[in-house]
Design a protein around this ligand. Structure first.
Ligand SMILES: C[S@@+](CC[C@H](N)C(=O)[O-])C[C@H]1O[C@@H](n2cnc3c(N)ncnc32)[C@H](O)[C@@H]1O
Length: 278
């Protein structure tokens, strides 16, 4: 049983939750270790896919419900192009491609590009039975650098999707990523975004010794995770050539009555459009 609440209001913290956040400040990740995590970021994600192969993330079938622009029916005329940044093993692109292939008019659907930091993740995408360069090209790249421009022409994309990806990147590099997306998109092109929201349960659960900086943490396996405030995300995109079309916290309660588990999650879901005059 699931029920999503969309809101622009930041979660109010209880005294106990405030206390947990305070506790985290008692022991931060030492600077040398934080620097090492940045240097080793690619290796940690690659090891993640070595351990988990394709089993960790579920297929993201909710995307067309939340982002109508991903529906093939919306397509008219020319084939549109979409880049999935931080595609992992393809849990977003393959369900979309599958739907598109069922449709006889699929020539009018998307051409997909999918990129990830982890070479192993990209290999999983390339060995998926649905992988066919007629419809999709996957490549390895670090989206904080200029590498992506070796694969995709400037001002050529209709849509960029980033699903739980920016949170994996150091906050000092957010602007580099957004600038890259801006260069790749056509004027009027869209960024569709979903990621961890401020004070999500997973943020409150970190014990001392895991916080790197404000709202930025390391997990046990060396991967990192940022928790986004709504205004902060809007500001980054707004200052770098995008209009904010949508930007809401999604409060999700996943109630599993049989197992008696109630897991409150907070995500941030947003849509940005490249300004034509920027
Ligand atoms: C939490 S996973 C999400 C994967 C996928 N988007 C999904 O929702 O199933 C984060 C992904 O971002 C990728 N990633 C992290 N830093 C990146 C970077 N600098 N450039 C490109 N991809 C990156 C990781 O390799 C990983 O696959």
């Amino acid at each position: 049983m699931e029920e999503d609440i969309f809101t622009t209001r930041t979660k109010e913290l209880s005294a106990d939750e405030l206390n947990k956040l305070e506790e985290q400040n008692k022991r931060l990740v030492p600077e040398f270790k934080a620097n090492k995590l940045e240097i080793d970021a690619q290796r940690h994600w690659d090891l993640f896919y070595k351990r988990n192969e394709t089993r960790f993330f579920k297929d993201r079938h909710w995307t067309t419900r939340e982002f109508q622009e991903l529906l093939a029916e919306e397509c008219t005329g020319e084939r549109r192009t979409l880049l999935e940044v931080g595609c992992g093993v393809g849990n977003l692109v393959f369900p979309l491609l599958e739907e598109q292939l069922k449709d006889q008019t699929s020539e009018q659907g998307f051409y997909f590009y999918a990129c990830d930091f982890s070479p192993r993740a990209v290999d999983f995408v390339r060995t998926n039975p649905l992988y066919d360069t007629k419809h999709i090209t996957a490549f390895q790249c670090d989206i904080t650098t200029q590498q992506v421009h070796e694969h995709i022409e400037a001002a050529s994309l209709d849509v960029c999707t980033m699903i739980f990806v920016l949170s994996a990147i150091h906050p000092d590099r957010f602007v580099d990523v957004v600038k890259n997306l801006w260069q790749l998109l056509k004027p009027g092109g869209l960024v569709l975004f979903r990621d961890y929201g401020l004070y999500d349960m997973a943020q409150l659960r970190f014990k001392p010794g895991h916080k790197i900086s404000e709202n930025f943490y390391m997990r046990q396996d060396g991967t990192r995770s940022y928790y986004f405030a709504q205004e902060e995300l809007a500001e980054i995109f707004n200052h770098n050539g995008f209009d904010v079309l949508d930007n809401n916290y999604v409060h999700r309660r996943t109630l599993n009555l049989k197992e008696g588990i109630d897991v409150p999650r907070i995500f941030l879901q947003a849509k940005f459009r490249k300004r034509s005059d920027s």
